[in-house]
Design a protein. Structure first.
Ligand SMILES: NC(=O)C1=CN([C@@H]2O[C@H](COP(=O)(O)OP(=O)(O)OC[C@H]3O[C@@H](n4cnc5c(N)ncnc54)[C@H](OP(=O)(O)O)[C@@H]3O)[C@@H](O)[C@H]2O)C=CC1
Ligand SMILES: O=C1O[C@H](COP(=O)(O)O)[C@@H](O)[C@H](O)[C@H]1O
Length: 499
């Protein structure tokens, strides 16, 4: 495990695609907050690479705008931004042109010379997927990744668009970098409340003995977003909820909640336990299984949080007869000792009535009914891990309602981040960028993890692509998704717990 309280050593962060949306909305605001919290190395520089004619001042202005709009801390005009921006320079290059990398090499060497040390070189690929291969190759052939220990490459999602392309990309990356140098981002893993799942499960005595098929009836994982496809129609219409959310974020949440206890808090050990979960997912082995246990949806015009949202097919960049799902739900089983016959229900959707990312564990009913049925609400114990926007854990149980008769009522025990902690919550990208600088890959995706996750969704992707959904669009923006998603649970005598 990496010493997490230590400031990283001298670092040059090269962001390919520095003028793009991700860089403005997430990466540079994260650097800004790391700087304010004194986490940036004493010797730090950022080189922003993209292809339009720009000066360093132009890039700084673009990024300043991003920080002022998106930083979790208010933008303060007291010289803080200038402290960060003075370490940012612009480098104009065509990603695909090997010649462009010569000047970059000179700039990187100049920092080593100035600081009198071999600085960490982090190559952050905030670029469209088709550029990953040529950039990795050009970094390698130009020799700018100067050593295995000091050089790291960070790759954004989407990591491939199916199993074959992800496997190919892994192979190509490994032609140029060692696995220990490759940091595949899934920003959900950087979220404070997602990291807390490990603490919650493995730093407390009371939950783990119950965390299995003997006590748990079922698990629900929900990632509901109020936003629709917005300006990302071009990307999203070729992706859909299964690729965009389930293959990565939801399967990672599944891993966190279902994994066996790791022996040590080491990156490889934790990733091994997560891969075990993915390998244990019962395959969707036939088209009938896909039809039975999965549901897809696409929203039509509706009202979300009081605002009318146009239908998905009317959004810019989407096809008129688009077959792309904006909602996906499924039931999966894990064929292993701990979870045999416990269903895990996963769902995610855009244009839902509320933003809610949560995991709910439904416990089995008590083994013997002691109280007369009119006295009890018959509600099972529920443990909800709220990931966002509300952050915390809530346990629902039954208690005697005060009064002269024995009557039970549902009550809750709540741990809320806002009440429990005074510390601010860092954004996921702050955690992840700091981890890359410190060389800690615990919260990143290993090659086999990504491939195992693709393997799970491939039969669904194939079936959905080859069989157009005739009922699309099939849920109103602002509703909880298609009726069939409710039916999926109703068949099992359960229902979605919109808590
Ligand atoms: N935006 C987001 O919220 C999220 C994005 N991602 C992923 O991050 C990656 C980047 O996304 P995003 O920032 O939105 O993309 P953008 O399209 O906004 O930015 C692309 C960047 O690449 C540069 N660029 C494009 N072609 C070339 C080229 N041939 N040579 C040099 N520079 C080039 C552009 O430079 P210029 O300005 O000069 O044109 C720009 O800086 C994608 O893989 C995306 O899927 C992942 C999660 C969320
Ligand atoms: O990766 C993605 O995640 C966002 C949701 O992220 P969150 O941190 O706001 O929960 C999603 O909107 C986007 O479509 C997807 O590409």
């Amino acid at each position: 495990m990496i010493e997490s309280t230590k400031k990283p050593g001298s670092t040059v962060l090269v962001i390919f695609g520095a003028s793009g949306d991700l860089s403005q909305r997430k990466l540079v605001p994260a650097l800004y907050n790391l700087m304010l919290d004194s986490w940036l190395p004493d010797n730090f520089a950022m080189i922003g690479v993209s292809h339009h004619d720009r000066t360093t001042d132009d890039l700084r202005e673009i990024l300043k705008d991003g920080v002022s709009k998106y930083s979790r801390r208010d933008f303060r005009g007291n010289g803080d931004w200038e402290r960060l921006s003075s370490s940012i320079t612009y480098y104009k290059a065509d990603f695909t042109n090997p010649e462009s990398y010569k000047g970059l090499a000179e700039e990187l060497d100049a920092y080593d010379e100035k600081w009198g040390t071999k600085a960490n070189r982090i190559f952050y690929l905030s670029v469209s997927p088709q550029f990953i291969e040529p950039i990795a190759q050009n970094i390698n052939t130009s020799g700018i990744a100067n050593s295995i220990e000091n050089s790291r490459i960070v790759v954004e999602k989407p990591f491939g668009r199916d199993y074959d392309s992800a496997e190919h990309l892994n192979k190509k990356l490994r032609e140029h970098f060692k696995e220990s140098q490759i940091y595949r981002i899934d920003h959900y893993l950087g979220k404070e409340t997602v990291q807390n799942i490990m603490a919650f499960r493995f730093a407390n005595t009371i939950f783990e003995p119950l965390w299995n098929r003997n006590y748990i009836d079922s698990v629900q994982i929900t990632v509901a977003e109020t936003v629709g496809v917005e300006h990302r129609g071009n990307y999203y219409d070729k992706s859909g909820a299964l690729r965009d959310m389930i293959q990565n974020h939801l399967l990672q949440l599944l891993c966190m909640v279902a994994m066996e206890p790791p022996i040590t808090y080491e990156a490889d050990e934790i990733q091994n336990r997560k891969v075990d979960v993915l390998h244990s997912v019962r395959p969707f082995s036939t088209d009938e299984k896909v039809q039975e246990d999965t549901v897809r949806g696409q929203y039509f015009e509706g009202v979300v949080e009081g605002e009318t949202i146009e239908g998905y097919r009317d959004a810019k960049g989407t096809a008129e007869e688009s077959n792309t799902e904006t909602y996906a739900a499924m039931k999966v089983y894990l064929d292993n000792w701990r979870w045999k016959d416990v269903p895990f229900y996963l769902r995610t959707g855009k244009s839902m009535p509320e933003k809610n990312t949560s995991i709910t564990i439904q416990f089995k009913p008590v083994s013997h009914k002691l109280f007369p049925s009119e006295a009890t609400t018959n509600l099972p114990n529920l443990l909800t891990i709220n990931i966002q926007p509300s952050m915390g854990v809530k346990l629902c149980m039954q208690a005697k309602k005060p009064g002269l008769k024995m009557s039970l009522n549902k009550v809750g025990m709540t741990f809320d981040y806002d009440d429990a902690f005074t510390e601010a919550t860092p954004e996921a990208y702050e955690t992840l960028l700091l981890d890359v600088m410190q060389g800690d890959s615990t919260l990143f995706m290993r090659a086999d993890q990504v491939e195992a996750a693709w393997k799970i969704v491939m039969p669904i992707l194939n079936y959905w692509e080859n069989n157009k959904e005739k009922e699309f669009p099939n849920y109103a923006a602002g509703s909880w998704g298609p009726q069939k998603a409710d039916d999926l649970l109703e068949r099992d005598g359960r229902s979605w717990l919109n808590v």
